[in-house]
Design a protein around this ligand. Structure first.
Ligand SMILES: NC(=O)c1ccc[n+]([C@@H]2O[C@H](COP(=O)([O-])OP(=O)(O)OC[C@H]3O[C@@H](n4cnc5c(N)ncnc54)[C@H](O)[C@@H]3O)[C@@H](O)[C@H]2O)c1
Ligand SMILES: [Zn+2]
Length: 222
């Protein structure tokens, strides 16, 4: 499982590290359904800024190592990241636990299927649902929202594994943070890779940046 730390070396700010603030807002003040209801234009300005930033970033050595492992059978990547850099690195079998910043959906839930929109900047802002004309919203999971059922099911299935790596996540956002404990309870050998200790109970903590540590790990299945 990966979190924002995996994309830090690509230049994507984490939520809880330097660069996490936008204007004077914390992400927890903007990434919520309440914030969107109160001020959809403000929330979209923040997403538009993040989309522009991410569009200028490229996958790093951590994404590339994971992409190599993903070609072996039995591999699943559960990512909390919404930036799409794992997919750009060519990773197979990705479970997007928190959705994608490049997917939009109708905020009025009119029944229109979600759609992809990679325009930077987005125009108009806020964008509109092509079916009903209501505001569109980013296709990400906001604080307080449920994980998409299919992603939750696939992630739960992936915890029944031999080895579970928890990479670049502060392990404070639930239910994502519970997956490593579930894997450990199922008998997996659990490893955290993060330059800072998070307090997650794991069998081994490697205090290194992901982009340094992952290329050193023996390749999957070797
Ligand atoms: N890139 C993205 O898509 C992105 C960016 C920010 C936040 N988010 C979202 O915000 C939520 C925040 O949770 P989170 O735990 O993913 O992020 P977080 O911001 O809470 O924590 C990031 C963690 O990464 C660690 N870290 C920093 N640099 C690292 C490196 N080079 N290698 C390894 N670890 C490093 C930090 O010590 C920290 O523990 C998630 O739900 C996610 O969807 C996504
Ligand atoms: Zn609609």
């Amino acid at each position: 499982m990966t979190g924002a730390g995996v994309s830090a070396a690509s230049g994507v700010p984490t939520f809880r590290g330097p660069g996490g603030l936008w204007r004077h807002f914390r992400p927890e003040q903007l990434a919520t359904p309440e914030a969107f209801r109160r001020d959809p234009a403000l929330v979209w300005e923040w997403y538009d800024w993040r989309r522009g930033l991410i569009a200028a970033c490229a996958p790093n050595a951590a994404h590339e190592a994971i992409a190599r492992w993903s070609r072996s059978p039995g591999f699943t990547l559960v990512t909390q990241n919404v930036d799409g850099l794992h997919e750009r690195a060519g990773t197979a079998n990705v479970v997007r636990y928190h959705g994608s910043i490049w997917t939009l959906k109708c905020a009025a839930v009119c029944g229109a299927p979600d759609w992809e929109d990679r325009r930077v900047p987005i125009d108009p802002l806020p964008p509109r649902c092509p079916s009903c004309g209501a505001y569109a919203r980013p296709g990400v999971v906001w604080f307080g929202e449920a994980i998409p059922p299919e992603a939750a099911r696939a992630a739960a299935a992936a915890t029944a594994c031999d080895v579970f790596l928890s990479i670049g996540t502060s392990s404070v956002v639930y239910p994502a943070a519970a997956l490593v404990a579930e894997a450990r309870a199922c008998g997996a050998f659990t490893v955290e890779i993060n330059p800072e200790t998070t307090g997650a109970a794991v069998d081994l903590a490697i205090a290194m940046p992901a982009e340094t540590a992952l290329p050193l790990l023996k390749s999957w299945g070797a």
